[in-house]
Design a protein around this ligand. Structure first.
Ligand code: GTP
Ligand code: MG
Length: 341
């Protein structure tokens, strides 16, 4: 499927004859580049690449208005490119179950290096997924973000994704020193690990949303395997206050989440977002807290992990709403070296 499109073929003639042979097959998409799109010459291809569009899939999921703006193309041209990309990336509509299964086969799992957490998640954090980690202040959301960022740089045979991490920090809580500690905890070179984690501080919600475009642009030559937004909701909560603003806030959040999910799909990467809970004092039973963002976020995330503090510095993670795993809980610890069983 589309992730294969990264492979660059050298012989263009061969490629186009392959296209004719393979197009009718639903589950086998030929390896095409953006130059193969009808009407895209070297100049347009250059513009697209400069705007961060390296693959057909990344174009196929755009809207004409957005593409026109980002790549500085006319809107009609943008619309044509998108339509062609949709056709060629074979995501224009429904796909067969076996084609989906083929795409699912590309899913990789990132280990937390904590057995109980990996078990809870059926082996680790899946790529092509959006994970929401939510909990009260101090429950360990940022610690999970730091730990997974470190683990993502590990080789695949050690549970990592051998990938680069983009970390959008909205609360100024990213700490390179903590990354170094956790890297040493795994016997890794802290400088190497830090060189693969790309951090941007988001100053407000609009800036935060723009940073997803920046990831697209910067991903050239990198192997983007994880995107962390810590916290997803803090700016939105601070800026859109009161009932009258709720619809607008949700609309913005929804669009932000869509962009993030696209990054996950296009790069076969994992997106991890954190979210605080706010007190719901009128709750009569159950946990009197619920994540900010409400339903939009609940539906956008593939997995949700609810973190709580327990006695003796331990933490409890609860898996909520997974599409294919039973809900459950596990216990772990935050130590100097990182998360441990
Ligand atoms: P908010 O962002 O405020 O909502 O909280 P959070 O859920 O992101 O909490 P965070 O991940 O920042 O957790 C902070 C907690 O992690 C601290 O209270 C400590 O218990 C623990 N922690 C952080 N750093 C260390 C460390 O170096 N060693 C140990 N043992 N624990 C640490
Ligand atoms: Mg935090």
């Amino acid at each position: 499927m589309p992730a294969k499109s990264k492979t660059i073929q050298t012989d263009e003639k061969d490629q186009s004859s392959q296209v004719e042979e393979q197009l009718p097959m639903e589950d086998e998409v030929p390896e095409l580049t953006i130059e193969d799109l009808p009407g895209v010459g070297p100049a347009t291809a250059e513009k697209l690449r400069e705007a961060g569009f390296e693959e057909l899939l990344s174009l196929a999921v755009m809207s004409p208005a957005d593409l026109s703006e980002e790549a500085e193309l006319g809107e009609a041209v943008a619309a044509k490119i998108i339509a062609a990309a949709k056709k060629m990336a074979n995501i224009g509509g429904f796909v067969s179950g076996d084609a989906l299964l083929e795409r699912r086969k590309e899913v990789q799992k990132l280990s937390s290096k904590v057995q109980s957490i990996d078990d809870l998640l059926g082996g680790g954090f899946e790529t092509q997924a959006l994970v929401e980690v939510y909990g009260e202040f101090g429950s360990g959301k940022t610690q999970i973000g730091h730990q997974l960022a470190v683990n993502c740089t590990l080789p695949i045979d050690q549970g990592g994704l051998d990938g680069d991490v983009f970390y959008i920090d909205t609360e100024d809580t990213f700490r390179p020193e903590r990354i170094s500690q956790m890297a040493r905890g795994h016997g890794l070179d802290p400088d190497y690990v830090l060189s693969r984690i790309h951090v941007a501080r988001a100053y407000n919600s609009a800036h935060q949303m723009l940073l997803t475009d920046e990831i697209k642009r910067m991903s050239k030559g990198l192997k983007v395997k994880m995107i962390i937004v810590d916290s997803l909701t803090s700016h939105f909560r601070a800026e859109f206050i009161g009932r009258g603003m709720l619809a607008r806030r949700q609309q913005k959040l929804n669009s932000h989440l869509k962009d993030l999910k696209q990054l996950a799909d296009v790069n076969n990467a994992l997106v991890l977002v954190t979210n605080q809970v706010h007190a719901k004092p009128d709750a009569l039973w159950g946990d009197p807290t619920k994540p900010i963002g409400g339903h939009i976020l609940a539906h956008a995330s593939t997995f949700r992990l609810y973190l709580r503090k327990a006695k003796g510095g331990r933490r409890i993670a609860r898996l909520v709403d997974s599409p294919n795993l039973p809900d459950g809980e596990c216990v772990y610890e935050v130590t100097q070296d990182g998360l441990r069983d």
